[in-house]
Design a protein around this ligand. Sequence first.
Ligand code: FES
Ligand SMILES: [Fe+2]
Length: 452
Amino acid sequence: MLRSVVVDDNGNLRLLTVEPHHVPGGVSSAGPLGVRRLQVYPDCMLSQTTGTPVRLPAPLGAAELALSLRPFGESRMLPRSAYVDRDVFEWEQANFFEGGWMCLGRSSLVGNPGDQRAEAAGRGSIFLMRGLDGVARAFANACRHRGHELLPCGADTVNREIVLCPYHAWSYRLDGRLRRAPSFGGDATFDPDELGLVELPCVEWHGLLFVDASATGGPFADHVAGLDEVVAPYELERLVTKGRHDYEVASNWKVLAENYQECYHCPSIHPELCAASPPTSGANHQHPGSGAWVAGWMDIRDEYATMSLDGRTSGTPLRGLDERRRRIVDYIGLFPNVLISLHPDYVMTHVLTPLDVDRTRIVCEWHFAPEDVARPDFDPSFAVDFWDVTNRQDWLACESVQRGMSSPHAIPGPLSEQEDGLYQWVSMLAGAYLGRPARTPAMEVPAGAQQA
Ligand code: FES
Ligand SMILES: [Fe+2]
């Protein structure tokens, strides 16, 4: 990708992006011909050495963050203010959810040419649409006339041949170019080619849509480096969504993501999960320094076909999975907001949207093989019911953590040896708070753990 950085009259950084990303395992929006992307970075400064935008550090104490970055076994959780301080939340919205790659959900949000919808990203929203060429693209959800939203955030997908602003009826083509602006045209200063929608980097990766609302996230391939080989065998892009729950949880988004990274809590609150999967089984994937993800797998007990309440499945093993993958669940946390759980016969995704410092929306979906879904006796409840029970157990624990952390006497605690995945996640976040790219840290592999 070719980029150049300029400083505008207001002192904001602007980044001009000319070429599309190349994404192994994914499809990138190429950008309409002749339309270039221009983004603004009020929260960044220029690196003295590379001349590229770098984040300003979060409003958190460097000494406290240093504790989270200490070696595994000596480190502490993130500072309490990371969970309760609205300034930190605002910084995260600007830098994590608008300042790099984040997941908006399944590609099927805009599955067909002409499909359009708007989804939340940080403090604003992203307008998604699929062009006649089949490519999903993302734009700022703001009309180029006076800024009206093109669609309300979170509303149902619409399918139209054009994009129509509801305020003064400006219309755009499905590649973002301005099509018509009623009563404009006689003015020599009015150039329709300069009034296309502001396009943002967008990638479709294994059936999930990712957007970098600022283009500061770097190549998407770096964001998911090493992850393709873990996810690809499950062919998530061909699976059919047959279950969805929307939850709203009174907890900071990080408490939820952290809870996902460890099963130290499983014997205490998840009897159903422990019946299906030994909580101390498995190990983490080790990929130090590459990719913004943390993952680990756990075994499924011999007497269980999959993760379900009675051990039975209504599905069949996903095609192409080897013997090992037919007996494990791989749990992946991809920074900042998507959790991907790879089962032998289905995939579950959680997409987290922070609503406030202590409130998070979670869309949990279950995806199955089309050949299973096509069978008249197929019933997805074996998976949906199991995880709905488990999800709710987790949400109760996370809400209690949030209440506990609201005490001014709450102090960041140490991590057990069963919380090595959590350590990786927390230290990745601590580094990102200091302005570094989110990358999984190097760490010693616990004794007896296998390398993936
Ligand atoms: S704001 Fe969209 S047409 Fe006026
Ligand atoms: Fe849990």
